[in-house]
Design a protein around this ligand. Sequence first.
Ligand SMILES: [Zn+2]
Length: 237
Amino acid sequence: MKLPIMCSQCINNDIASEHPIVAIEFRDDGRYEITCPKGHKSVTILQQQRFEILYEIGACAIIDGYYREAVSSFTSSLENFYEFFIKAVLFEKGIEKEMFISCWKQVAGKSERQLGAFVFLYLSEFGEVPILLDTKKVEFRNSVIHKGKIPTRAEALIYGQDVLNILRPIIKQLKTKYDKGVQEAVGQHLIQCRKENDHPVTTMGISTILSLTFTNSDDSLEKSLCRLCQKMRAVKA
Ligand SMILES: [Zn+2]
């Protein structure tokens, strides 16, 4: 799926209606350098966190019929959320960003260690065991990712829904109890995405199925796919 981005200079000059949109591929660094049809160069930073984008990519993969890729992206979204959770909670408690980065280096690239950190931090904060993927789902995920299993659309959809069911309540808890930490983590992400000489820079938010911003949606993945499908068609058109 491509991301539709409006040229900020065209908007300022009120000529947006002529050539409103540049469609651009999702990027790893969240920084989108565009040249609009009028030749204006600008940089747009996407506000969404990596776990939100990864989930969206998983949903796009279902629409496109790539079910193994969907399971893989949903899994990465889940794992990436653990990092965001830990970061937001620790920022709320006043832990310095540099200290977080130093500690994260010890667990970077090791998803089992990250999961362990999440489970015990969650216990410490909420006094209960976090809901995780159950054993069957973990076996399913491992067979897809490590053993080349080819899942059906229905299996990918159920797996994606399970991830959604796990993460949405935790995101709500996180925003309620650790809003300052969440804002700091988002702010840090925006700063990281920028380059020193970027000018002009705009920040853009998009609505995603798994969303840190819009936490009231309880739409199922299946229902959300219909909307996403329309969006994808609009961008392609
Ligand atoms: Zn322009």
